[in-house]
Unconditional design. Sequence first.
Length: 595
Amino acid sequence: MFLVRWYKYREKSITRWSLLLVVALSITGNLKAEVTTVEEFDQQLLERGVAWKGRIVPSFYVGFAPRVENHQNILFQVARGNQARLTAILDEQAVLTYLYQLKKRYDVYHRLMGSKFRPVHQNQLQLFYNIIESDRYNILGTIEQFEAGQLTRQQLYSRSLQIMKELNRWRIFQQDFDLNKIFVSWEQRVEHFISISGLSHGATIEDTLTALEQNPQDSMVLVNEIMRGRIITTALSRAQQESLAELLWRKVNGELGRDSYLALVQQLFKQLADGLYNFRAVVDGKLVNALRCDQTEQCRLSYPEFNGIYPVGSLRGTTTDRLGNKINRFATYGYRHFVGSTRSGIDRIRGKKYYGWIPKMDYEKIGNGIHNPAVITKLRERKHRWLHQKLGIPTEFDTLWAVSRGRVSHGCIRMAAGHIWEVRHIFPAESEATTKLRWLGSDSRDYDVFDIDGDGKDEVMGVDYLIGYSFKDRVGTGLIGASFDRQLFYRSLYGENGQVYLDQSSGRYMVNRPFISYFLPPKGEEKVRPFSRQVAEDLPLYQQPYEKDKIQFFLTRRGGRPSASWIRGLGRIVGCGPFQEEFPTCYEARFDRNF
């Protein structure tokens, strides 16, 4: 590494006009020159976080998550346990353009790294190139075959989805819901609402409408339980209210047989979904409608879905749960949208170096949002040297970035650097769409209960990440004693009094009758807030493996820091190939003009 100082003085001036400090950093770290699989890629990376030697520099994403351009398809939810769940419905556009998205990143990186920028620190970029060029996935070859007419649309879809699954292990789920079975089970919810609302035989349609209006929270629970975590409703339209009222009215008066009940629920479900599933997916080798409810005998919903669970840092404050446990607290809760600006959209590249020039995406106008860890750990300090071996950090690296799954922020949600970049690459490229994305903040005492794999069994969402630390002035001062010890960490995270326990028979951690959040604006208010309900049984804790941080640090060819507009643009890369004209939300041409 060498240092070049360049001073420019104005003649006969006592004021130094400018100072440019250029640090020419070399690629370091013990990365393998060639990899052919994503498993080999991951073996080259740190177990948790990212590390480097020297100063903080900008970065960009070198992972393989899919871009999802339809904002309605994405949900970002934060809940107890300090994790965020990003659920993205993978519609026909997301799957068909997936390989083109990867190729576009590949082409853009090749062009820019050869002319304007250069990678520094660990060379993950070369590993990314290896995967795109790998015969194991045949990404470039599949594109060539499709464009040569050797693959049908259905075959491209199937191959793209298979490659996506292999590159995003444990996070792509092929959902296939028997909706009629779900609707029959939901009938118990209908009967419960009738019971608590006081409706009885002889009630009129007006009586059921009144019952819905007088029981707003129970009404929200009822409709959201049709498909919890996938159908998110915070208010009923008049048409939805009338459909639900008719169903209740006919049910309470004994006028519903099986077929008529299913017909009414199918109608209500389609109204609540509001076009969410109006796309095609490949089922049994054929492109068919994802939602197929043509008759009461069969009603199925089949599509692929991305579900990523990310560890997050929360407010430096606590609250108390219903059992007296002191637990972590989130500063923001309720139903929000991300906040954009005319200059930067949602991609705020903050000047303070601890943000790492990684997009900070706000969901509150006061500045609360999601951003990078914002705390470094100095590995040269004796108390931190053991982390080299524990996390697989090259010995020459002196700085670690890892998110603390605990109390760390002034109000924002902190995420791993690689995860922030990944989330930005999943979000729509265009700012107008990103400001319509759904952000849900649960009550700090409530869990995210979700049927992640569509097997009909609810689980409490969690992630395999056991790191928390204290800090001062954006520098870590030491890991908490429970770090890396699952049992101790969960006691610290969830509380010691009867919350999470290890079931000896199954070997799984269980959550004692968790509370979950639903969302509704209180009477007379516009702001949507959470309210809670308790689950009737203990549920298993789902622990998704940690997705390793896939980012590449970089500088200009002369060793300077790239501008915010360049960094921002690297989070908006769009590739659609021959599908540009077919899908209105494909903005590759606009990206090319602006970038």
